[in-house]
Design a protein around this ligand. Structure first.
Ligand code: DOR
Length: 432
């Protein structure tokens, strides 16, 4: 395709400019040249441009997933940078931020550079790595954040594990403050999680499975908020799953702590009931909770307590998920269902399309300083084009991710990406 493209006659939703109107997006090279909002009688002529007719579709600044597991290096049987980024664009994400729990762990600039170079060579979308907080994610010695930032990391996390030692977390927050980047906390008190594999409660007892109490998450949410407040540092809470966490974060924000938070589509869509039948595709950490948690998470999204919708795309090999429930790894393959599940929130009146744009593009960019999430003139041309009315049934066999571990198999969903533009390159995702 040419380097001069017009996405014509779509509904443009761009919260960064407070736009929700029909119009045309003009792209030249890899940048947004202009947005033409339609006015009666105005019919611009785009003689030199390749025109993509998009009437009936919606366009937003490209989605950014700040919580993805691409598994490379080390776990290529679960996912690779090539397959994970292909799944990302299929799901409408033009940028992803891979977590550091690879092998070797992304705790030094060599691994960061490897990921970036591999993504440039084999990736389908932009990749902004997240470095580890501690060496080897062992929770003991701080990793070289400065060097990893120089190599291209955008934030730090030991995701998959908490930083259990409060002194280490305090020092990590103080250190990250020097660079002004957020630390992402995987909130889990391992002494409370112990051998737990699903939400603690009646169902866990019935199934004979060890439970993970909500307090396992909430204690570390509280602790890290206190430490961030003390250090004056930026904290981002990963994968919020409980009503209590939403309350704690809401109060912390009101008191001025620099805290942001994300949740994932599975935490506002399904409950622990999905585990019935020992369904390992519904085994995830933190675990799926209950209806009251879903309600609180929706309210948190609605009132801005939860800033971001992220996927926590955690692909695993089918041979690993076929194990007994307590032996199977935690994780849900999320990139290719996130948009459709999030659109249900618009349908339910929890979010507007502009809110969705904010939570899946604008805020992720702002929090991680990525400089995207907008269709302003001169911005990088990263765009997601959606058919909000297209219905489909989730099918593992159609996922482009190597990870087929979705608990949404067979679910009827509405709304899917039809195309993306990544750095000015138009990709019809329906042909992937
Ligand atoms: O369910 C999860 N899977 N939660 C995490 O925090 C890590 C992730 C993984 O890496 O598989």
């Amino acid at each position: 395709m040419s380097n001069k493209i017009v996405i014509r006659d779509c509904r443009i939703v761009d919260v960064s400019q407070d736009i929700d109107s029909s119009g045309d997006i003009i792209i030249e090279n890899n940048k947004v040249l202009d947005l033409v909002v339609h006015k009666p009688g105005l019919k611009p002529d785009y003689a030199d441009f390749e025109v993509v007719e998009a009437s009936g579709f919606m366009a937003m600044p490209g989605f950014i997933d700040i919580h993805t597991h691409l598994r490379e290096p080390g776990f290529e049987h679960k996912e690779t940078i090539a397959t994970g980024t292909l799944a990302a664009i299929k799901g409408g994400f033009t940028s992803v931020c891979p977590m550091p729990n690879t092998n070797p762990v992304n705790d030094n600039p060599t691994v960061t550079t490897f990921i970036i170079k591999r993504a440039m060579k084999r990736g389908s979308c932009n990749v902004y790595p997240i470095g580890a907080i501690t060496k080897g994610q062992n929770g003991e010695e701080l990793a070289e954040m400065g060097m990893m930032l120089e190599a291209g990391c955008v934030a730090f996390s030991d995701d998959g594990k908490p930083v259990m030692n409060a002194l280490v977390m305090k020092r990590a927050l103080e250190y990250s403050k020097v660079f002004g980047v957020p630390l992402i906390s995987h909130c889990e008190d391992m002494s409370l999680t112990a051998m737990g594999v699903m939400n603690e409660g009646y169902l866990a007892t019935l199934l004979g499975l060890e439970g993970i109490p909500r307090s396992s998450e909430e204690l570390i949410v509280s602790r890290d908020i206190m430490l961030a407040g003390y250090a004056g540092a930026r904290l981002h809470i990963a994968h919020v799953s409980t009503r209590g966490s939403v309350d704690i974060i809401r109060r912390a924000k009101a008191s001025g702590v620099q805290v942001t938070a994300e949740t994932c589509p599975h935490y506002f869509t399904i409950t622990e009931d999905a585990v019935k039948g020992y369904n390992t595709d519904a085994k995830v950490n933190p675990p799926l909770r209950c209806a009251e948690d879903i309600e609180a998470i929706k309210e948190g999204l609605r009132d801005g307590t939860i800033d971001v919708i992220a996927t926590d795309h955690a692909p695993h090999h089918a041979d690993e998920k076929v194990l007994e429930f307590d032996r199977a790894p935690s994780g849900i393959s999320g990139l290719e269902t996130a948009l459709s599940l999030s659109l249900r929130l618009v349908d339910e009146g929890v979010l507007t399309y502009s809110d969705l744009c904010k939570k899946i593009s604008y805020e992720p960019s702002k929090i991680f300083g990525i400089g995207k999430g907008t269709l302003k003139k001169g911005a990088c041309a990263d765009i997601t084009i959606i058919d909000t009315k297209k219905e489909f049934i989730v099918s593992k066999s159609k996922l482009l991710s190597k990870g087929k571990n979705t608990p949404f198999e067979g679910m009827n969903l509405m709304g899917m990406p039809v195309a993306v533009v990544v750095k000015g390159k138009y990709i019809n995702v329906l042909e992937l």
